[in-house]
Design a protein around this ligand. Sequence first.
Ligand code: HSE
Length: 339
Amino acid sequence: MKQKIAIIGFGTVGQGLCEILLKKREYLKEKYDYEFEVVAVADFVYGNVFNAEGLDISKMLEEAKAKKKFSEDLTEWNNIELIKNCNADVVCELTFTDLKTGGPAIDHCIAAFESGKHIVTSNKGPAALKYQEMKKLAEKNGVTFQIEGTVVAGTPVINLAEGPLAGCEISKIRGILNGTTNYMLSEMEKGMSYDEVLKIAQELGYAEADPTGDVEGYDARGKVTILANVVMGAPLKIDDVACEGITKITPEDIKKAKEKNARWKLIGTVEKKDGKVVGSVAPEMIDLSHPLAGIMGATNALTFTTDLLGDVTIVGPGAGRIETGFSILTDLLKIFRTK
Ligand code: HSE
């Protein structure tokens, strides 16, 4: 049976996902017997569209690239009505992250669960602010809350911890969790100015809609909170996580680190301490001999400290259009393959 997909938010990630789906349609059918149709899309710029048989996403991508509104299958339904009334099996919640309130994404997730639809999301709001509630509501309605894309884009951090590492007790997770700041610190080392590199990070699709979230460490803090909840099962709240960003790091600090054979990295940590799970985000001067010092650009890296395997480290892209689009695809396939 074809998987029917609704996409809420047709920005960088939504478009990236559709590009991948179009490009890989035959491969996905051949390799996994996976077939799909996108039946609904909601976007506050391009409009809300619905077609129970499947939308023409190729045309929609062209329209979005030309900054034109969608021209076919328009519907009067608002986002919530669209989620509830459409015939999708899975709703991809790809609107902008709002770590203060969760934004409309929380209501989108609730509407999906209550109408028996899975959620796949890269939006950190619902997972960072209401993970336990979202998971319970999904379970109550016989569906799932899939959030691989909320931490380190498509690099499989959540699925690694929940799948292949199941059975290992994880006592600590530590690493580089924000692509924008790692990219900025890498480029600033080469002599570029803070403002210049931030602008490029935005153009490359790494930075959040409001990049304050990246540079102040709030994005990494959201991810630390998610990891604490999902991997460690600790109901940590965002405000429980100590947080400092990279805004105070000056070219002079970067030079000083270099002289000491070290480099600055924004490090997120979740660990079990005296029976309690604690989280933090802060810049650290890392010796060049340390593996995390070699992680440059928008690449992220995360080390899980486990009882049975010792340290397990995963390195991969932490941001970007296709990289985050892939995180959605991997969760769509997970739902399809675990039926
Ligand atoms: N702004 C984020 C980053 C995107 O730079 O890592 C992925 O969450």
